[in-house]
Design a binder for this molecule. Structure first.
Ligand code: SAM
Length: 375
């Protein structure tokens, strides 16, 4: 955990817990850098030639690849190790958070506000079924579960685990994706100074804070359905003196007025929703943007070859990211047009990044997906 910047809302780990966290981090790094590439070799040497012999053609869909690869011993070994590492990751952070929970909850509740930021929770909000039906990416209780009153635990757990998941590559404040999208925005629109920004699916606010830092004169709103994430996000932002207005809202149907934002963004949220929710969210973005306002969604890549699409969908089939399979083939630009954006003002692009510290999970070619639309 040495790669995470310390602040007052983190849970302290014992020596043995830190070693366990380090072990999982290194195991995941080893799997990503040394074991994953073997899947490519296995596919080229065994799977693809044997498929071609049997069918007289190469696999044309990731499900063709799935049927063959899932029978292969090497892939089975990686898959089992990957699943174990994910479970170990949560286990390695839950103990320290559980021990510190009542102190952290109290701290979050009683902290004197340092900035003009705020927190507004809505106990009547119904957490969507796509979050209550399964423990998303195997986090016990998902983002939203509360085990004691005023609980922040799920937020602390997410923060500490994200650092392990990414082998520290998300940065000391897990802020990398926010910085990436801020960088893209400033590159594309150097003259824009959005007055009101909304970050949807903000979780712990890790990607929100770079926006608030880059645009200190803007009002930054951040919403999520999960109360424990928001409580922690607020306390964490206050600990660093960064004002953000956090509120518990569903991005499918927010309380914001029509045409009230200059910029609506999200970072890796869409693929954790559902087919109907995705349409609702895009329509909601269109409603709350002012004319000329921009929508920017950063998404995880879904692979450019059938093999990569299969490997990315490991998360869908084995890590409770059940919506990922739909996202592999979703035409995001078409969906944005269906939501009201005009086709000339919509773009879906692969944003390639070559940053040394970024861990390459499945492919040698690292890129992110960006859905961009102007109202
Ligand atoms: C993978 S996390 C992303 C967290 C953060 N944006 C980041 O960059 O790491 C997805 C977040 O989206 C939230 N979320 C999912 N569906 C939502 C919805 N309909 N409305 C608001 N938040 C939602 C989840 O609760 C979760 O905190």
């Amino acid at each position: 955990m040495s790669k995470l910047e310390l602040h007052t809302m983190l849970a302290e780990s014992t020596h043995d817990e830190r070693e366990r966290q380090l072990f999982v981090t290194q195991l995941r790094g080893h799997l990503a850098s040394r074991v994953v590439p073997g899947n490519y070799a296995v596919y080229e040497r065994r799977i693809e030639p044997s498929f071609r012999r049997r069918h007289g053609r190469s696999p044309q869909h990731f499900n063709d690849v799935r049927a063959a690869m899932e029978q292969d011993g090497y892939y089975q070994f990686w898959s089992a190790m990957q699943r174990c590492s994910q479970e170990l990751m949560w286990e390695s952070v839950i103990d320290p958070v559980e021990r510190a929970a009542s102190t952290l909850n109290r701290k979050a509740k009683s902290a004197k506000p340092k900035t003009k930021g705020s927190l507004k929770l809505d106990p009547s909000l119904v957490v969507p079924r796509y979050h209550t039906a399964v423990d998303i990416h195997l986090q016990p209780g998902g983002y939203h579960s509360e085990f004691i009153e005023d609980d922040v635990s799920a937020g602390v757990i997410y923060d500490m685990a994200l650092n392990i998941y990414s082998n520290g590559s998300m940065g000391p404040r897990n802020e990398y994706l926010g910085e990436l999208l801020v960088g893209f925005f400033c590159e594309q629109y150097p003259d824009r100074q959005p007055r009101k920004i909304l970050d949807m699916g903000c979780a712990i606010g890790n990607s929100t804070l770079p926006w608030a830092k880059a645009f200190p004169r803007s009002r930054v709103e951040a919403i999520d359905v999960a109360a424990p994430q928001l409580r922690y996000a607020h306390a964490r932002a206050e600990a660093w003196d960064i004002p953000v207005h956090f509120s518990q809202q569903n991005a499918e149907c927010t309380h914001f007025e029509d045409s009230s934002f200059d910029l609506v963004i999200s970072h890796i949220m869409l693929h954790e929703t559902s087919k109907s929710a995705l349409n609702h969210i895009l329509r909601e973005c269109h409603r709350i943007l002012r004319p000329g306002g921009l929508m920017l969604h950063l998404e995880v890549p879904r692979g450019r070859t059938v093999l990569e699409q299969f490997l990315y969908n490991w998360e869908s089939w084995n890590n409770n990211e059940t919506f990922g399979q739909f996202m592999t083939e979703a035409r995001l630009a078409d969906l944005a047009c269906k939501a009201g954006f005009s086709s000339e003002a919509v773009e879906c692009l692969d944003y390639s990044v070559r940053r040394e510290k970024e861990q390459q999970l499945y492919s040698a070619d690292s890129y992110w997906k960006i859905l961009l639309a102007q109202k």
